[in-house]
Design a protein around this ligand. Structure first.
Ligand SMILES: [Zn+2]
Length: 378
C-alpha cells in the first residue's frame, strides 16, 4: 500500500491528487495518503497555512458524518456537509468549530482571533488603538471616551426615534399596555399595508406576502426587555445585534432599514418607484419570493453537492425559465418550486439566457411532485 502511495505522490503534484484519484478510479484513499505523508489538513480554505487551524479528524466530531476534502494549490482543507451548529452567519461559531476541533482552548483562541480580526477597525475595542501605537492604558481611555461619545449621540436621537405610530414604544408612552400596543400596530399594518401588497401582487399572493411580513414584525417583539434593547441598538455590528436581540429581530430591523433606504432612493430618483415597475419585473420579483423560499427550505435538494453559490461561481437556475413563465403567464409559485431549480455554472447560465430546458408538462409534473413528495406549501 505504502509503495503505491509513494508511486502516486511521486508522479503527480499535490494539487492534482484528489482529482487524479477520482479521474483514474484509483483504489487510494486521500485521507490515508495525507496521514501517511504527514500533510496538514486545515479547517477551511481561507485558513490554509495557519497552523492554528490544522484539524485531526476526517469526520464531524459532533455527528460523525464524513467531511469533504478539498485542495487549494498545495494545501488541503475540509468542508462540513452536516448542519451541526449552522447559523445564519457565514462566520465561524463555537458550535461549528466543535465539529472539527476537540481542544477547547484551541477553539477559544480561534474565536478570539476572529473577533479581533473583525473588530480591529472598531474604535470601541482596545485593539483598534493599540494597533495604532497607543499603550494599553491609553487605549482603555480612548475606548471609554468613544463609548461616552456614542451614548451622547444616541440620547440626542432618542426622542425622535419613538414617535412612529408603528413603534410599540409610541403606545407604551401613551398608556397602552403592550398587548394593546401590538394590536394597534397590527391594525395599522393591516389598513396600510395590505392594500399595497394586494395592489402590487394581486389578491392571493398579496395576502400571503403581507401575512408573512406581519408575522415577522409582530413576533419580533417579545417583552419590555426586547423593546429596551432595541432602543439601545444603535452602533452595533450585525453579530452584536444578533447576540443581543436575536436573529428574528435583526431580520425585521433590516427590512425596516431597507424600506427606509428604498424610500429615500425613490425620493432622490435613484431607483424606480415599485408602482411604476413593469409587469415583467413584478413577475420576476414574485418568482424570486418563491425561489428564495425553495432555496431556504430545500437547499439539499437543489444543491446536493454543496457547490459554492456566488457571482462567477455556481448560480441557481430555473430549468423552465422565468422568461417563458412570464410569456405564458404561469403562476410564479410554480416557476419557483424546488424541483424547477438547479445549480449550474455561471457561464452556462449566461449562455442559456431565457431558454427552458423543461417542457410545460415536465414543469407541471415537477411542481406536483414538489408539493406531494416534498411538502412544498404553495
Ligand atoms: Zn456534524
Amino acid at each position: 500500500m505504502n509503495e503505491e502511495i509513494e508511486k502516486f505522490v511521486g508522479k503527480y503534484s499535490r494539487k492534482m491528487w484528489i482529482s487524479m484519484i477520482s479521474r483514474l478510479g484509483l483504489n487510494l484513499n486521500i485521507w490515508e495518503i495525507l496521514r501517511y505523508k504527514n500533510i496538514p489538513i486545515y479547517a477551511s480554505r481561507t485558513n490554509c497555512g495557519d497552523s492554528d487551524w490544522i484539524i485531526h479528524t476526517d469526520k464531524c466530531l459532533s455527528c460523525g458524518s464524513d467531511l469533504k476534502l478539498l485542495s487549494n494549490q498545495e494545501s488541503f482543507y475540509v468542508k462540513l456537509l452536516c448542519k451541526c451548529g449552522v447559523s445564519a452567519t457565514t462566520s465561524w461559531t463555537k458550535e461549528r468549530l466543535r465539529c472539527l476541533i476537540s481542544d477547547h482552548n484551541q477553539i477559544q483562541r480561534l474565536l478570539d482571533e476572529i473577533v479581533d480580526r473583525k473588530t480591529a477597525k472598531f474604535p470601541g475595542r482596545e485593539i483598534f488603538w493599540t494597533n495604532q501605537g497607543y499603550s494599553v492604558e491609553d487605549a482603555k481611555r480612548k475606548v471609554s471616551e468613544w463609548q461616552k461619545q456614542q451614548s451622547d449621540k444616541s440620547s440626542i436621537t432618542k426622542g425622535s426615534r419613538n414617535h412612529s405610530v408603528r413603534c410599540v414604544e409610541y403606545y407604551l408612552k401613551r398608556g397602552y399596555t403592550e398587548e394593546e400596543a401590538r394590536e394597534r400596530i397590527k391594525k395599522i399594518q393591516t389598513t396600510n399595508g395590505l392594500d399595497w401588497y394586494v395592489e402590487r401582487y394581486g389578491e392571493d399572493l398579496g395576502k400571503i406576502l403581507f401575512e408573512d411580513r406581519i408575522d415577522r414584525w409582530i413576533n419580533s417583539y417579545y417583552s419590555r426587555d426586547d423593546i429596551n434593547s432595541i432602543n439601545l441598538s444603535k452602533g452595533r455590528t450585525r453579530q452584536q445585534h444578533i447576540d443581543k436581540n436575536g436573529l428574528e429581530w435583526y431580520n425585521e430591523f433590516q427590512i425596516v432599514s431597507k424600506t427606509k433606504m428604498t424610500q429615500t432612493k425613490i425620493g432622490r430618483g435613484l431607483i424606480i418607484d415599485p408602482c411604476l415597475k413593469s409587469d415583467k419585473i413584478i413577475y420576476y420579483e414574485k418568482t424570486s419570493f418563491f425561489t428564495n423560499y425553495s432555496i431556504r427550505n430545500y437547499y439539499d435538494l437543489i444543491n446536493p453537492q454543496y457547490e459554492k453559490i456566488a457571482h462567477r461561481q455556481f448560480h441557481v437556475d430555473h430549468v423552465f425559465s422565468r422568461k417563458d413563465g412570464f410569456v405564458r403567464q404561469i403562476r410564479p409559485e410554480i416557476i419557483g418550486c424546488p424541483l424547477n431549480l438547479r445549480i449550474i455554472w455561471w457561464a452556462d447560465n449566461l449562455s442559456k439566457g431565457g431558454r427552458s430546458d423543461f417542457t410545460f408538462e415536465q414543469l407541471m409534473k415537477n411542481y406536483e411532485k414538489s408539493k406531494i413528495e416534498y411538502g412544498y406549501p404553495y
